[in-house]
Design a protein around this ligand. Structure first.
Ligand code: SAH
Length: 520
């Protein structure tokens, strides 16, 4: 209601923002700042959808489509009109476009319409895909020793048409580096035009697809050979063609494609709420990750047990946390009762491992006990060393979890109260997506960070029998974070290829990198 009133009195504005070439980190700071203010976002096929995570949850998202060769979702005229209409409603409208809005992006036409309709606008430049493709393929687009000029051309127009806007006779020999956008379809004619107009047939050429993303692919040839090479390698749009002597420098300075996990497709099974530390670490090393949420974490229906134990929390000697979610949901409930970490000064606090200890510290509490082995058994052992006879132990954890820790402690004379604070539920949907990933044969590895991720992954794969499961996984390596997870993998008939010595995410990333670099 309030929002509505506010909108009516507010003047709208359209921000044309360059999203950069694909890697979300390449948007400008101004662009990102504005995304966070968006009320409507109209975005293109080439603008990374990962950027949409910066947009407020209640913002309206409109996919404008536009993909070469595929039916356009909206015509350019419809998009122009849409921007005007949203702005006239008083909205902050973000028009998010791939690369730079004014480089072959029809951004000029969009702001012309805005201007004609008296709509206020701002244009935020972006990293255009030409410079990104060259850079990410290891090619400096200019170089003192090779070229002092560069031209950006569109390869979209039919190069044989007599009234072409491109004067090939001047470009062919008048410019050092030539970068062609939208030129894959017309590549044979483009190279022919350059050669016919005097450019050496041996001029090196690189073609880079999905530059700067984990899907990047590039091939190199000469004006004579490149068309065949692109056809054989089945390189499709979006791709850029970089022509000129600077391409030769790639041999020395290719940095992006040389990263250890480049071209590796890794399925990361995770809970929806978990931080993406693993994905970030793997992508940093060049991997392309498919994030597969195998578990959703939900609060439990009732916090009766925890509530009554919190009333007498000072009678406890120990509180033990065996998972990140245990910590998180425990504190949620503690806070909801108007309590905070000061109320926990009585009992000692033990955690299963380093990540849990780190999270606990962010709630203001230093763990009193971290076992040398980061498992429930390891924690039990460390406690037994201290003696638990007659001690009161509170265990806030998942609704269904292994009984080994409470049983061991009870066996040694402790009084253990298990307080369920969250539950794991298998997520709906996305099954088909996971299946087709595996069936494509392109998956190199699956990672598991807990036993439930293993069990739920297998449920999601939904193989009709063990034979089909093994067949789908036959070329897929498996990484398991620790021995318990690994055992769940082997119990289900699969084989573990990687298991880090320390049961942490950074150690897991290092082991995966070691595995692939010593493998090849
Ligand atoms: N405004 C955009 C260009 C839009 S035209 C920019 O500044 O980059 C669309 C063309 O851009 C595609 O056909 C392709 O040639 C090129 N392109 C865009 N993103 C690309 C990417 N990540 N990798 C390779 N080419 C890309």
């Amino acid at each position: 209601m309030d929002r509505q009133k506010e909108n009516n009195s507010k003047v709208g504005k359209v921000y044309l923002i360059g999203a950069g070439p694909g890697e979300p980190g390449l948007i400008t700071m101004r662009g990102r700042y504005l995304l966070e203010k968006a009320e409507v976002v109209v975005y293109d096929y080439l603008a990374s959808s990962k950027l949409l995570r910066y947009v407020p949850e209640d913002a309206q998202l409109v996919y404008a489509g536009k993909r070469g060769g595929v039916k356009h979702t909206h015509t350019q005229e419809e998009i122009n009109q849409m921007l005007v209409d949203f702005a006239k409603e008083g909205k902050i409208v973000i028009r998010l476009k791939g690369g730079d809005p004014f480089i072959f992006g029809r951004g000029g036409e969009e702001v012309e319409t805005l201007s004609a309709n008296d709509v206020d606008f701002e244009v935020v430049p972006g990293v255009t895909s030409a410079t990104a493709a060259a850079t990410y393929a290891g090619i400096p687009i200019t170089h003192r020793g090779y070229t002092a000029s560069v031209a950006f051309l569109t390869g979209h127009e039919d190069p044989t048409k007599p009234d072409s806007n491109i004067d090939w006779s001047k470009i062919a020999t008048g410019i050092g580096t030539i970068v062609v956008y939208m030129g894959i379809k017309n590549l044979p004619t483009i190279v022919k035009n350059l050669i016919d107009n005097g450019r050496s047939a041996d001029t090196p050429v690189a073609v880079v697809r999905w530059a700067s993303t984990t899907k990047q692919r590039s091939v190199v040839g000469t004006l004579t050979t490149i068309a065949d090479i692109v056809q054989q390698a089945d390189i499709k749009p979006p791709a850029l063609i970089v022509i000129g002597e600077v391409v030769n420098l790639r041999d020395k300075i290719d940095w992006f494609e040389k990263r250890p996990l480049f071209n590796k497709r890794i399925v990361v099974t995770r809970t929806r709420d978990q931080a993406s530390e693993l994905v970030a670490g793997l992508e940093e090393a060049g991997a392309s990750c498919y994030e597969c949420s195998t578990i959703n974490i939900k609060p439990v229906e009732s916090y009766e047990v925890l509530d009554s134990e919190l009333d007498r929390i000072n009678e406890y000697h120990w509180i033990l946390f065996t998972s990140l979610n245990g910590v998180k949901y425990f504190f949620n409930q503690l806070y909801s009762r108007g309590m905070d970490s000061r109320d926990l000064k009585g009992p000692d606090i033990g955690v299963v491992g380093k990540s849990t200890a780190d999270l606990l510290l962010s709630y203001g509490i230093n763990a009193d006990l971290i076992p040398p082995t980061f498992t429930g058994e390891g924690l039990a052992e460390s406690l037994l060393d201290q003696g638990v006879e007659g001690r009161n132990v509170l265990l806030p954890r998942a609704k269904s979890a292994r009984e080994i820790l409470p049983e061991t402690l009870r066996g040694a004379g402790a009084r253990v109260t298990v307080a369920p604070v969250y539950q794991n539920v298998p997520p709906q949907g996305r099954k088909d997506e996971l299946r087709s990933e595996l069936e494509s044969g392109e998956v190199d590895m699956v990672t598991f960070t807990s036993s439930s991720t293993v069990r739920n992954f297998i449920t999601m794969v939904d193989a009709k029998d063990q034979e089909e499961l093994l067949d789908l996984m036959k070329d897929v390596k498996i990484a398991a974070i620790g021995p318990i997870t690994a055992k769940t993998v082997t119990d289900s008939g699969l084989q573990v290829d990687i298991q880090p010595e320390e049961y942490t995410i950074p150690a897991m990333v290092t082991s995966i990198i070691d595995f692939f670099t010593s493998d090849s």
